[in-house]
Design a protein around this ligand. Structure first.
Ligand code: ATP
Length: 305
């Protein structure tokens, strides 16, 4: 797959502090690339460098095949849209007027696409309401629409989900998926929570103390992480004999909670519970192992450094 952004042996020092250490990354065109790292891992610094807001101490990167040492990088960078700090919006203007102003700044004379953009980011019904009166999620989405005015090939978003409520997180996720699918925009997105990215990212890089610990595709990650279903029952004991008989792999968590690792439908679980005379109170897909996987990688690095 063609890479839209490649980072090679990129390092950054602030004084004596090594913030990034020989980072290598390839972001495939069309991907949603999740950069996952704890606070202070170096995500923002990396994004600031590739967007031209900071200079690396050493190493290079290329956008669309154009190297950062090439003069053409300035024009290629126009194909890049980013939000690495608070979104660049005017709080005393409506959503429509914010986008219109951006169109004017970009020298665009037709404003026909503005309503389509507002619809894309779920802000089409905000009318004359000023952006300063918007919720955090609405401001984030308006910021994304402003960046999309320039029709970027790649969107770089630093922790766009931070601080949003659950509804806002779902809305943001759906919008990013639409942008990726409908506009074929590559998205590089950072978060300190893997779980948040797991519902949209196609690729991941894990970063800790300025070093890339691992890069892998979503499919590779899912095959490494064991999925399980956590069931809560009125009593777990009577189920073990039946699970053993059926060859079902499970782990007992407590007297009423069992983790099931075999691929088994909810209907099948309920029928076996019926046979055992116990009631199934809840069945949840267990994704805790995603965070566990990330924390294990980090712990391994801590162990060797
Ligand atoms: P967060 O989510 O907390 O922003 P991050 O992974 O984005 O985390 P960075 O913001 O890149 O991490 O910061 C990485 C490290 O670099 C931190 O220890 C930070 O204090 C340090 N740092 C960042 N910018 C500067 C700067 N201009 N001068 C000195 N140190 C800096």
């Amino acid at each position: 797959m063609e890479n839209i952004l490649s980072v090679k042996d990129l390092s950054k020092k602030y004084g004596k502090a090594q913030i990034l250490n020989k980072v290598n990354l390839d972001i495939p065109k069309g991907s949603i690339f999740g950069l996952v790292g704890r606070n202070g891992a170096g995500k923002t610094t990396l994004m600031r460098i590739v967007t031209g807001l900071a200079e690396p101490t050493s190493g290079t990167y290329s956008i669309g095949g154009v190297s950062s040492s090439d003069k053409k990088i300035l024009s290629v960078r126009r194909r890049m849209g980013s939000i690495t700090e608070s979104p660049a919006i005017y709080r005393n203007l409506s959503a429509y007027d914010n986008l219109k102003l951006q169109y004017i700044n970009l020298g665009m004379t037709s404003y026909d696409d503005i309503s389509e953009l507002l619809e894309l980011v779920d802000l089409k019904d905000t009318g004359k309401k000023k952006a300063g009166k918007f919720s955090l999620g609405m401001r984030q989405r308006l910021g994304i629409a402003v960046v999309l005015c320039g029709k970027p090939d790649i969107l770089i978003l630093d922790e766009p989900i931070n601080g949003l409520d659950p509804q806002g997180i779902i809305q943001m996720r759906e919008i990013l998926l639409r942008i990726n699918r409908e506009r074929h925009t590559t998205i590089l997105i950072s978060s300190h929570i893997l779980e948040e990215l797991s519902k949209l990212a196609t690729h991941y890089a894990f970063i800790e103390k300025g070093e890339i610990l691992q890069t892998l595709s979503s499919r590779e990650l899912m095959s490494k992480v064991r999925k399980s279903s956590r069931i809560k029952v009125s009593a777990a004991d009577p189920l073990f004999r039946i699970f053993d008989r059926e060859g079902i792999e499970y782990k007992i968590d407590s007297e009423d909670t069992i983790d099931i690792y075999s691929d088994i439908t909810a209907k099948h679980i309920i029928s076996l519970a019926d046979e055992a005379g116990v009631e199934v109170l809840s069945i949840n897909e267990n994704n805790e192992s995603l965070e566990g996987y990330f924390m294990n990688l980090v712990a391994k690095k801590d162990g060797i450094s």
